[in-house]
Design a protein around this ligand. Structure first.
Ligand code: CTP
Length: 135
């Protein structure tokens, strides 16, 4: 079975996340790496709205295997060693490999394909927080 990994924060779950998970599911056996509260605090400078426990429990209830991601991503990716690493296409405009602290050579050596799936427009955790603030 093809092993598929996606890694993210998944704060305030939304349609974009659901579509990403569906794509992963269509590709194989899904593992979701969920960023730890400490990593989010360090990376974004503020805590998530939902705790790791809350975010991870919801994703696990959707039927996906959940692992905690405590750093940029490289450690978890090496540990899971998936066939495909899936991320949203918003990352086409940013340097995903730099973000996860891996090189193209390393992905090749591990036989990991990086796949971009279409970003769902007009929805994001940031957008939901904005809507709540304005409600
Ligand atoms: N994603 C997506 N479509 C969206 C939002 C996110 O496909 N509308 C994807 C991202 O590309 C990433 C994964 O979902 O692969 C997790 O993204 P995450 O940062 O947790 O979600 P966002 O809603 O974008 O959060 P934020 O607004 O805080 O950046």
């Amino acid at each position: 079975m093809t092993e598929v990994l996606t890694v993210g924060t998944f704060d305030t779950p939304h349609l974009g996340h659901a579509r990403l998970f569906k794509t992963c599911e269509q590709l194989g056996n899904v593992t979701v790496g969920v960023n730890s509260d400490e990593f989010i605090q360090e990376y974004k400078g503020k805590p998530p709205l939902f705790t790791f426990e809350e975010r991870a429990t919801l994703i696990a209830r959707l039927g996906y295997k959940v692992l905690i991601n405590t750093s940029a991503g490289a450690e978890l990716i090496r540990e899971v060693n998936p066939d495909i690493l899936v991320i949203g296409s918003d990352w086409l405009r940013k340097d995903y490999l730099k973000q996860i602290d891996m090189t193209p050579d390393e992905l090749d050596e591990l036989n990991i394909s990086l796949m971009y799936t279409p970003y769902t427009k007009n929805i994001s955790s940031t957008e939901i927080k904005r809507r709540v603030a304005n409600a």
